[in-house]
Design a protein around this ligand. Sequence first.
Ligand SMILES: Nc1ncnc2c1ncn2[C@@H]1O[C@H](COP(=O)(O)OP(=O)(O)OP(=O)(O)O)[C@@H](O)[C@H]1O
Ligand SMILES: [Mg+2]
Length: 455
Amino acid sequence: MFRNISSSIRLAIGVSAVFTLAACLAGVLSYVLQSQEMGERLRTDVTHSLESLLQIEGQGDLQDVRDQANAMADASKDGSVLVGYLDQDGAILAGNFAPRHLDEGARWLTPADAPAKHRDDDEPHAYWVEMAQVDSGWLVVARDNEWMVETQEILFSSMSVGLGLALLLSIGIALWIAKRTDRRIARMEQVLETVGRGDHALRIGEDGHDDLARLAGQMDATLEQLETGITAIRQVSTDVAHDLRAPLSRLRLKLEPLALDFNLSDAQRQSVGAALAELDGISATFDAILRLSRLQAGMVELCAKPVDLTALAQSLHEIFMPVAEDSGHQLVLAAFDGPVMIDADPQLIQQACVNLLENALRHSPSGTVVTLMASVQPEGAVLEVRDTGPGIPIAQRERVCERFVRLDKSRGTKGTGLGLALVTAIAQMHGARLMLRDGGPGLRATLLFPNTPKP
Ligand SMILES: Nc1ncnc2c1ncn2[C@@H]1O[C@H](COP(=O)(O)OP(=O)(O)OP(=O)(O)O)[C@@H](O)[C@H]1O
Ligand SMILES: [Mg+2]
């Protein structure tokens, strides 16, 4: 269960737990020390009172002892201080208290042994009592611990409330910081994931000064370098494609007449024909690179118009029928019964569908079925090309959408490895998504346009 909790939340819980433990320990310690201090004061008070009586008794004037004991007893109207001047048998000569057992020294009288106080609502309390035997009898002084118990109660409840509030506050603040940290880390993850999927322009854009902001700044700087590098690499291929197109066209113009020159032998003319075919392939690759670069650089303006995917599927079916027959495929139209409208650039959408259709015909063996389908799904409008060929392994489905990626099994077929990259770029421009899924058997290449009206 704890494995799914983020490290910042764990840190927050840990810090709160340590804080709570430390605060509890500090509370218990101060409670114990204060209680000890109060007990000490109680005992000192009693000792001082008894000493003053002993001093008067020592001077030999027993009437003074009686007066002093009565005065001390009278001064404590609520019975918190008890004083007794007793004869040798324990009978009261003065004061307000005679303990049941006379025993020299100091000790606690439990509430059961202690006398009830003078007020009716008083509960019995324990008393600290000190007794001393003198020539004329006994001197006894006691003091109850009521004020001590009350102070301890106040101490305990104020500490509990304070600790509770501090605990709630510390947990609240710790969780708030942890959630904020989680959100910032989630943003970094999302940016890295999006950049990994090909949107290299995205940045985290943190503007704080703490460690996470510094990390985000470092990541942004690295992404900047990455984008510069990728742009430079793309630019090189675009420049090469651009600069070599003109010399290739000139070369073609020079070779074309030779292919028809009957002064050359058949073999020579065939070699020239093969060279021309190679040239056409290179030109097609360069054209595709340039088209893709323009799309990805945002240089192609989108001329969005209402496009009917059903009509597009029908027209592609007609156009590709002869091609499919030549390659021995059965091309089936499973169009939706009714228009499937989207807002899109008709030429670009047609280009994307042509690429998917060419792939299905090119990469699945003859004798298999290729199905073309437009439909409206709950998620949006869909154009799908499904074949029953070898398909693409799951692990390769993302990779084949990158530039120049062709699977090993397709090395023998014609192609540049740019078709799916072009479809992906066109889909992104339209806010659509290219999905490559299992056709069981074969491949289901689906273009989903999620922003279209739902059925
Ligand atoms: N329908 C399919 N069935 C099996 N493999 C496919 C299919 N579509 C694409 N692939 C694999 O994905 C790779 C990339 O396809 P992509 O369309 O980008 O390039 P290509 O078809 O090889 O060349 P081109 O740029 O001319 O389209 C192909 O080389 C092939 O290996
Ligand atoms: Mg292709």
